[in-house]
Structures are given as structure tokens and as C-alpha cells.
Design a protein around this ligand. Sequence first.
Ligand SMILES: [Mn+2]
Length: 446
Amino acid sequence: MNREKVLNLLNDLNISKEEYIVLSSSSLVLRGIYEKCGDIDIAVTKKGFEELKKNYQLESKGNNWYKINDEIELVVDDTVSKEKYKGFNVQDINQYFEYVKSANREKDKERIKVLEEYFKAYNYFKNNRQEMYRLIEVRDNNFETFNFDNNILRKVRHNLLIEKINNIINSCKDKEVYVLGHNNPDADSLISSYVLSNILKSKGINAHFCILDKNYDYTFHDKKLLEENFNHKPKVVDDNRLFIFTDHNDLQGIKKENVLGAFDHHRIKYEIDNIVEIEYASTSLLIYDLFKDEYDFNEEEKRLVALATLSDSDYLTSSRFTEIDRKLFDELELKENVKDLQLKYFITTDFSLGVDKNFEINKKEYLRDNKKITRIQITSYDDNCLDEYINKAKELEYLLIWVNYKDETTTIYYDNEVIKLNYLLSSTFLVFELLNNRKELSLKRG
Ligand SMILES: [Mn+2]
């Protein structure tokens, strides 16, 4: 049987998930490391055994082994070492590996080979922290730059990711933890921290959704969206708590030892040890994807995840929003029309404020090749004021990114050069990449 079959059989099994452990080859199929297994073996506690006796006609096979049906057998045994896998208890993979090696059975030869290959790659990434983070970050579709077979990479990545998530969740056990987005939170920050705090609570963790008592003003471009759609009040706290970060992974002045982990979709800053960072359109969508198999997202949570994703992807127009994101977004079954929501909540630059004021409120500082760059981002439905803003950027020596959402064009001014793009490019990071590539090209030509 394959993974899907194993999952279905386990989900249909009438016993509480805490009272059994999935064993041997079936546990490896569940984790995506083996393709197939003959049947499912589980180890159950005494309590779990009583549960099963009530629900099934068990057939004894001797040595504490029983047959539940043609597909599942159990042993009453509470000495197996276990790991968590998406809400299931599974046998510790190292314990299983030692067992198949020592059992020395003909049928295990192929399996040992598969596991040896798996562990070779697994240990490589375990011992190279940056490589491990890079592997986790790229999702399953972008393995070109790694020196392992794609199939192995997929398995290793999946299990390293599960391990990271488990580490973060285990570090929260028996503690009071505060889930926090970034300063001046936007929709994705608030929604991801709210949803993650609910998920942690469902796992018995004393978690709160919070904001700090400073820099807590909601960012202006999501204010209306949040006011009309998000009526959950975060706890306002000082920074002397235990935190889980969402939607950012820099310390922002918080002590490193106070941060148990982070879930994010921005580049890793290596300021926090336990981090799950993957390139999704929004952190909320990332959290949805990581936990949807083990947490039942309610209608409101799904809608909020969808709204956060709209806000973080310029209403699904930005290059950040990929085909894989689209599939996940569709699963959320948002009932409203995206264009209608965009018209209602997408705040473009208010030109009545005047050019000086807009340069003041839309600027952000970046470091590029050790040079400080101030960038201004303008969003608009026309290019009426474009020339005026280019002149101002020239005068102040700023980088200007002008995004026209009606024509779906972008105009970039930098260093006395105007670049016109016939697509939307609102990420400053990607604009830097584009500028870098142009510099390389002109160097080559020159
Ligand atoms: Mn975000």
C-alpha cells in the first residue's frame, strides 16, 4: 500500500492518536521515505488496546501481537521510541534503521539501501546549517543547485521540515508563549500570529496572540482591511516574554533567548535558531499549508488566511504569488471576488498629500552592497504624477519604484536611469536583483 492508503486507514482507525505508534515500514511510507509497504503495524498502549478491543474483533497471533483486520496488526508495547509526524506518533527512524540492519533479513536488503541513501543526504544537511535552511526554503520545485537526486532531496526536505516544526512546538511545551508578528503589523503579521496561536492552543500550549506595547500601530495600507474584517484583540505585552515570531525573523530588539522560534517567508537573517522559513506568498498561507493536515481550520480562519495572502501579494498580482500558492489559495474557498476586495481595500498612494509628504511616509532604507539606499514605493492606477516623482527622486538621490496597477507596468528610477517594465514588480528585493543583473550585463558588454 502507498502513503495515501496508509493515511486513509490510520485516519479511519478507531483509537485515539496518542495511544499508538506507527511502526516499521508503514511509518516510513507515512513519512514519504518508502514508496510502499505490505501492511500497517502499530504499537499500542494498554489503554489503546482496551479501546481497540471495544471497537474491533481482535484475532490473537501470539507474543502480544493481534490482527485488527487484513491491513493492520498491533502489538501491545509501550517501549518503542517515537517521533511526531503531523499529529501521528511514528517509530523513531534511527531505532527502526538499527533494527532492520540487525535483523539481517533478505527482504530488507533493498530497504537498507534506501535508508542509507536517505541518511547520507540527511546528515549532509544536518551538518550544514545554511544548506539545510536553503533546502527547506526552496519548496519542492527548485532543487537544481543541490548535489543530490531530486527524489532524495524531496524526502529529506520534508522530514527536516517536520523536525524543525516539532522542535519549535516542543520548545513551547509547558510554557506561556506569545505569538508575535513584526513591528507596525500588516494583515499577514496579525493574521499569521492569530492563526498560529490557535494552532498552538489546539496542541495544549498556553499561547497568546499578541502585539508589543511599542511600534504596534497597524500599517496604514492594511488598516481598513483589518478594521472591517479582523476583530480579534491581541494581548499588548512588553518584550520580556517568551515569543514565537511570525512574518519576520529578526530580533527587533528582543533578547535572543526570549525567542523560541519563527515561521516566516522573508529571507533568513540567522538571528534566531529555530526557524521555518519558506518562500510562500504570505506567512499565513505557509502556516496553513504546514498544519492543514493536523489542524481543522474553521471558515473564518481560512478567510483570514486568504485576506492576508491578498494583502501580501498585491491582490494576487505580484511575482511572489506562484502556481503552488494559487492551488493553496483555491483550497481556502474564498467566497468574495478578489477584484472587488482589491477595489475596497487596496490602498494606492494618496497624491493629494503632495510629493514631499509622500516621499516622507513611503520611504524605507535598504543596504545594498554596503551602500545605504533610500527607496520610495508608489502605487497608482495611472502615471499622471510620475514625472514629478522622478524629478524628486533625482533631487534626493533615492530609488523610486512606481507601480501602476491599471496598466500593470512598473517604472524604476535609480541613479539617473529610468527603467520601464511591462509587468508589476513591487518587491524591492527583486528590483535590486534586476539592477544587479543590469550592472553585470553592462559590465560584460563594456
Ligand atoms: Mn508577510
